[in-house]
Design a protein. Structure first.
Length: 443
């Protein structure tokens, strides 16, 4: 019997655990789910005879010992900063490991130890990072193997609402960690465009967007992710003229979101005063000049050179930003307060569906002719529980676990899924679960 340990029973683990339990009986697996909240782990296991729920705290020596009690595979779904503690134990004891989080230099340093002990750790095996790596490398390798010269690679992913009859003018709600959405893009952005290094400061990021048309799904706008350059080596793209990674939103979202950035409402470095007495309206007003004769709406419009009837102002009104409703927090930074207000309108309702959209563009020279391939995927969720986000994050981990436990994939050392030996079997398996890409050539 093969034993697999899943650490973390939060929302992101739902699809993964469901898959493992469904396939446990025919494959003779035992699935153990550990979480700080044992009751949460029990909810995920339900009554499955192949499942077991345990209380788990990675910082307890006694719980760390659980990792070495005969498991063939450990899947860490805990916070990213905890993975190193799990990885050190797995490396030292030759235990295979998976996670969806970004690889770090500290974990990369365990490569030789994993390899020498006959085990592997695959990181970035989720949606983004994960499916983006694998689907991109499949086409990039095909172009290179045909002897063509790559000129440009652009890739965008978005977690959005599925098309509906809802009157939400943002066409957006939180489908993943709200805090990450509020803080998105902070710092600086760097990429390559036509052979030149380009940089975008945070205060200009949501004004520097591009409109992307995806066949069957319409128009979206994309803004740049923080650091596209780190993929030069991961994707073997040294010498490419354009490399750009970004995030997708519906057209019109970015200009409206930029209002919060220009106000300073996404700042997370200091706390505001008297938050317990603060209303939505007062929150916005706290960033504007004092003028007892002008309304908050007028001051905001003048400050940011907006028309009172603009699309941006309409979106803010829909969110209730000018209402005399208490925020509902005792204390908080501007970013924390904004997140709390947004949750009131941007929390997905039980019957709503989310949608994941991913789009790649490849430009290459075939002899003297320049060609372009576009590759895209769109996945809709079933409801607020069985989301497209949960499916596209959990299934790559789930099918990778299946392949490892069945002995069909056995990487040694620390990897991300950019190698054919990893991405090919995983993508093939994902296709059987409805995660597929369409391609079109653009003349």
């Amino acid at each position: 019997m093969k034993k697999v340990l899943v650490l973390g029973a939060g929302r992101s683990s739902s699809t993964l655990i469901e898959f493992l339990l469904k396939h446990a009986e025919p494959n003779n697996w035992q699935v153990v789910v550990g979480d700080l909240d044992e009751s949460l782990a029990k909810e995920k296991i339900k009554d499955n005879s192949r499942g077991e729920a345990i209380s788990f705290d990675i910082f307890k020596a006694s719980d760390q010992g659980i990792l070495t009690s005969g498991f063939d595979l450990v899947i860490s779904m805990m916070p990213a900063s905890f993975h190193i503690h799990v990885a050190k134990i797995c490396a030292a004891n030759g235990i295979n490991m998976l996670t969806a989080s970004y690889v770090t230099e500290e974990i990369k340093a365990l490569h030789d130890e994993f390899e020498n002990n006959g085990a592997g750790l695959i990181m970035e095996m989720g949606l983004d990072p994960g499916i983006d790596h694998m689907s991109a490398m499949k086409v990039l390798d095909r172009i290179r193997n045909a002897g063509h010269e790559l000129q440009a690679f652009e890739t965008f992913t978005g977690g959005l609402l599925a098309p509906s009859e809802d009157d939400n003018p943002w066409e957006y709600k939180f489908t993943w960690n709200p805090r990450n959405v509020v803080l998105a893009g902070q710092g600086f952005v760097k990429f390559i465009q036509e052979g030149r290094y380009k940089y975008i400061p945070y205060q200009r990021l949501f004004r520097r967007t591009e409109v992307i048309h995806i066949p069957e799904y319409g128009y979206f706008e994309g803004y740049a992710n923080r650091d596209s350059l780190k993929y030069l080596d991961a994707y073997k793209l040294r010498g490419i003229k354009t490399l750009y990674r970004g995030t997708l939103r519906r057209v019109g979202f970015c200009k409206a979101w930029d209002v919060f950035i220009q106000l300073g409402a996404t700042d997370d470095t200091y706390e505001l005063h008297d938050v317990s007495k603060m209303t939505h309206r007062q929150f916005i007003n706290s960033f504007l000049s004092y003028n007892p004769d002008d309304s908050v709406e007028l001051k905001l419009a003048h400050y940011l050179n907006l028309d009172l009837e603009s699309d941006e102002m309409f979106k803010l009104k829909w969110l209730g930003m000018f209402e005399d409703e208490l925020v509902g927090l005792e204390k908080g930074t501007p970013a924390q307060i904004l997140e709390h207000i947004l949750k009131k309108k941007w929390t997905i309702s039980p019957d709503e569906k989310d949608m994941i959209v991913m789009w790649h563009k490849f430009v290459y020279n075939e002899g003297n002719e320049t060609k372009q391939i576009q590759s895209y995927m769109a996945i809709e969720g079933e409801d607020a529980i069985n989301t497209a986000m949960s499916k596209t994050v959990g299934l790559p981990l789930a099918v990778s676990a299946q392949l490892i436990l069945q002995g069909k994939m056995s990487p040694k050392g620390v990897h991300i899924p950019t190698e054919k030996e990893i991405y090919e079997p995983v993508l093939n398996e994902l296709e059987s679960h409805g995660i597929t890409f369409k391609e079109c050539e653009i003349e």
